[in-house]
Design a protein. Sequence first.
Length: 410
Amino acid sequence: MPASPEEVDILSDLRARCHAEHGVFWMREGELGVFDPEAAQQVNAANFKDLTLPDRLVDLLLRRRSKQVSWKQVRTAWIAQLRRLTDAEGIGGLAARMDALLAERLDRPLDLVWAAQQVCTQALVPVVVAGLSPADRRRLLRDQDYKLRRLLTLEAKRETFREAARSILIQVGGGLVVRRELRGRAKGRRPRQLDLTDPIVDLLPDLGMDRAVDAVTAVLTAIAGPPGSAAACLVYELTRRPDWMARLTSELAAIPPEQLHAAPTRVAPVTHRFVKEVLRMWTPPLLMTRGVRTDIDLERASLKTGQRYFLSAYLIHHDPRHWQDPDVFDPDRWLSGAENGPCSGASYVPFGWSPRACIGASLGTIQLILLCHLLCTRYRVQVDDPEAVRMAMVAVPLPRHLQGMIARMA
């Protein structure tokens, strides 16, 4: 199922240069490609050694310094909250929301990529901001849908003034929802919730409102892209691999829901391997760019403040120097002692690099296991034309022509 020729050319060129230049090379003046596992770890650690947040907007306008706050404080608070959100009850709630969203899409023609995106994104919104009024929830979902539509648009086109103005209004509306929620909880007018917004309420005196809103909206933006892309790629692999569908169904049908929710990665090892291989094979996004915040010396290149560097988990995951048969989809490579397994931990980075790695890595993996459970034991995905489906390499790996229907199992 090939990608389109123009997409293949770009990736093929980068992969060839990675092999010839050992993963680190200048892509153009002032822009360094860092696609070697150890070099990527090194450059990201050096670039984000100082995680002090930018000054508040009001302080910038008044030409004064804000109280210094490290992004580590925000991450630490979120990680503690995520531990509470990923207990058996929290995972059960996430599974129930995904189940309900799939049930809403039964027995009608669907773009299965869009359906997978929406199911995962909408199920995650209460993890970020819970307890919203129906009107505020609609505003946030409108913002999420807008971001998804931009992500899923394959053809680049210039945005009209009207479209640009509408996009700004939609995003402002989402930001106002977050601002009202933070202010309401801080003043006691709204109840505290078990979500990722709540720790930010406690940090408001240090962060200020604009940095607090930015923190929450950054998470909302994050869940509007990679999680749904990974889910769409999971559906793509499930529907084209009946042997693995049968293996997963056999495993998952035998696990009571309460056990799955309590320890999904432990009680469903075959499914966990399948999910890990989907994340290796189709890691979103394909390329990430970072501005250089401080001078950095690598073994094979030096970066100056103001330059840029590019990272790609996808290229690292497909580098034959680190993976045997990297273009072969084989979940059993994750078995202990497998000959074609990874050669080092640095070679598998589906959730990014420290210290800016995704805080929701565990939750993201769990959500994909839950999606496997639903699609293997409760629902059935029917693809209209399996031979027409192929993978496009755009901002994220994106199955094309994945049209069909979701039905409930008898």
